[in-house]
Design a protein around this ligand. Structure first.
Ligand code: NAP
Length: 324
């Protein structure tokens, strides 16, 4: 069984395709033949040892997995061999076979391609959980999305637009802005324009109801300042790479506002049933075409190193997907 793995985290160059031996599903686990694994920003952070959690080694990256069930471990009910399932977990997907916990797995609806299903997992789970469970977004409310062309940001744009919110995206290039508009945003603004907040204020003089923020950096405080009274700023990530931003405590007071953390990994650990519910909703939205997860490029497992590098390409639009 071929797997892309390393016995040490730190450098992407340490990861290689190796024969890893056939995995066995333990109690409560499912063994799948991997059909597609999607990669995002988080995967290369984990591989470099820069993520909050350091996985045990040898480590196989790639946690957004779709595959066909080969075997079921003891105690697994509700699944059968030959069925296509999807799950998000910490890694294991850049391999021909992977073991998944049944409590985190959901059936992939008929008619949904495995590559598209894989591209819809972590980003849409995070966006859905953030917007609705943590943020309580309602139809008709306004939402400002940073990194709106990125994985998590574009998922938030699509989900919120589909639920009748007014979405304003921030993106850096014409190509990215066109992409975000096509996803349903009613306005897309170039945040590199020094006057971008004036443009926002012109349309939302009292501020926006919610910010969905996977970027942080210098946008963080400006976005919080763009909130309306009782607004909520969802802290999702720090893709800007400018360190962890901070906020003067008078700003939440002046806005009667809230800074709300969104951690999909905590949801995954604490409430697997809610993760399954959200993934089931998201996969059905993808099957029915109400959301359209975009794939930037698909790579063969033999080219996994190139796929991981491609995740960090700045003009990438869409997910990177690896198929064995
Ligand atoms: N909280 C959670 O549970 C959770 C779950 C998944 C991911 N995340 C986090 O969310 C963040 C985004 O992940 P993603 O997979 O959506 O990433 P992505 O697809 O690479 O998108 C990141 C976006 O951020 C913008 N950006 C601004 N400055 C950047 C920089 N210096 N480097 C890269 N991008 C920059 C880019 O758009 P522009 O070019 O328009 O600026 C890009 O489209 C990451 O920090 C990730 O760890 C959090």
């Amino acid at each position: 069984m071929r797997a892309f793995q390393a016995s040490e985290l730190g450098s992407l160059a340490k990861f290689r395709i190796e024969d890893a031996g056939a995995p066995n599903p333990g109690q409560g686990q499912i063994l799948v033949s991997v059909e597609a694994t999607a990669l995002g920003f988080v995967d290369q952070l984990v591989m470099r040892g820069l993520y909050q959690v350091k996985p045990p080694v040898p480590f196989v990256p790639g946690g957004e997995i779709v595959g066909t069930i080969i075997a079921l471990g003891e105690g697994v009910t509700g699944f059968e061999a030959g069925q296509r399932i999807a799950c998000w977990q910490f890694g294991g997907g850049l391999a021909e076979q992977a073991v998944a916990a049944a409590e985190h797995a959901v059936a992939v609806p008929d008619g949904l391609e495995p590559q598209i299903a894989a591209a819809a997992l972590l980003d849409y789970l995070t966006a859905y959980y953030g917007l609705y469970d943590r943020g309580g977004l309602k139809p008709g409310q306004s939402l400002l999305v940073t990194g709106a062309s990125g994985g998590v940001g574009s998922a938030a744009v699509q989900l919120a637009s589909a639920s009748a919110a007014t979405v304003i995206g921030l993106a850096s290039t014409d190509e990215k802005r066109e992409f975000v508009s096509a996803l349903g945003a009613s306005r897309v603004i170039d945040y590199r324009d020094a006057n971008w907040r004036d443009l926002l204020k012109r349309e939302f003089p009292s501020g926006v109801d919610m910010v969905f923020d996977p970027v942080g950096g210098s946008l963080f405080q400006l976005c919080f300042r763009s909130l309306a009274k009782h607004g909520r700023h969802l802290v999702v990530g720090f893709a800007s790479g400018d360190g962890i931003p901070s906020l003067p405590a008078n700003l939440p007071l002046l806005k009667s506002g809230e800074l709300v953390g969104v951690d999909a990994r905590y949801l995954w650990e604490s409430d697997p049933a809610r993760v399954r519910q959200i993934l089931t909703i998201v996969l059905e939205l993808a099957r029915s075409g109400q959301i359209r997860p975009r794939i930037a490029r698909t790579f063969d497992l033999a080219d996994a190193a190139e796929a991981v590098e491609f995740v960090t390409v700045s003009n990438r639009l869409g997910k990177v997907v690896v198929t064995p």
